[in-house]
Design a protein around this ligand. Structure first.
Ligand code: SF4
Length: 247
């Protein structure tokens, strides 16, 4: 894989879940689903054994925190799929996001102020109203150092001492764009609800296969905020609660 290549640029055809055709070499690549790049020793052993058994010529950790088995011959693909017992990543065609990247968070990093891996899994399980118009990349960082490049993802989360900051509309591709804040100081549940609402808004408002960055450029972040925070602005609700007279 040439330096700088993303999965998307290499993987063009999807004959079955988690498998793609490398158009250049006419062989297949299998991407067993991982949750935010986490692997158990057993999964790692299993993958290593399969890679040897199937004579897989290349193994690559991708920018999406997944593992690509490169150069697999098409004839043996179905057998390999059967032997892979890892969870499969839910593709975006199933009303779910499928690209959630997270840093180790406060469980494993001394700078972390938020736990990232649990919320990553919950985001993967969010049920949306319809399939997403295009890929949605989500980057979760456990502190402001932003190791998951949250400002450059369709949805970015940054853990801060006062809660989660949620960012929308970032993109690191051909027309890069820094995302913009939707809200901050959110609890985990509030952040999840805001992400669900924002993705459903994207599903409704995107023209064709527009990515979120282009949507925000077209309609402006204020319109997005107005739609997704309408009647549900957690910061405002909290402020109102704090200032409400005690009875
Ligand atoms: S973003 Fe913060 S918590 Fe996450 S790996 Fe980087 S320094 Fe650690």
């Amino acid at each position: 894989m040439p330096a700088g290549c993303s999965e998307a640029s290499l993987l063009c055809n999807q004959p079955m879940p988690n498998t793609f055709m490398d158009q250049r070499h006419k062989t297949y690549i299998t991407l067993p689903g991982l949750h935010a790049g986490m692997l158990s020793p057993e999964q790692l052993e299993h993958l290593a054994r399969l890679a040897k058994d199937y004579g897989i010529p290349g193994i690559k950790i991708t920018s999406a925190q997944r593992i690509a088995l490169l150069g697999m011959e098409p004839e043996r693909l179905a057998a390999l799929q059967n032997d892979l017992h890892l969870d499969t990543t839910p593709p975006h065609s199933r009303k779910r996001v499928h690209y959630v990247q997270a840093c180790p968070g406060k469980t494993w990093c001394k700078y972390g102020v938020a736990e990232t891996l649990g919320i990553a899994k919950q985001i993967e399980q969010l049920e949306l109203d319809a399939p997403l118009p295009n890929k949605v990349k989500i980057g979760i960082s456990g502190c402001r150092m932003c190791c998951s490049e949250s400002w450059l993802r369709d949805i970015g989360l940054i853990g801060e001492r006062k809660g989660w900051r949620v960012i929308f509309g970032g993109n690191a591709a051909g027309r890069p764009r820094i995302g913009e804040e939707l809200a901050s100081g959110l609890s985990e549940d509030e952040a999840l609800e805001l992400i669900r609402k924002t993705l459903n808004y994207y599903i409704r408002e995107a023209r064709g296969k527009t990515r979120t960055a282009r949507l925000v450029e077209r309609i402006g972040i204020d319109a997005v905020r107005k739609a997704v925070l309408a009647g549900h602005d957690p910061q405002q609700q909290r402020a109102e609660k704090e200032t409400a007279p005690k009875v």
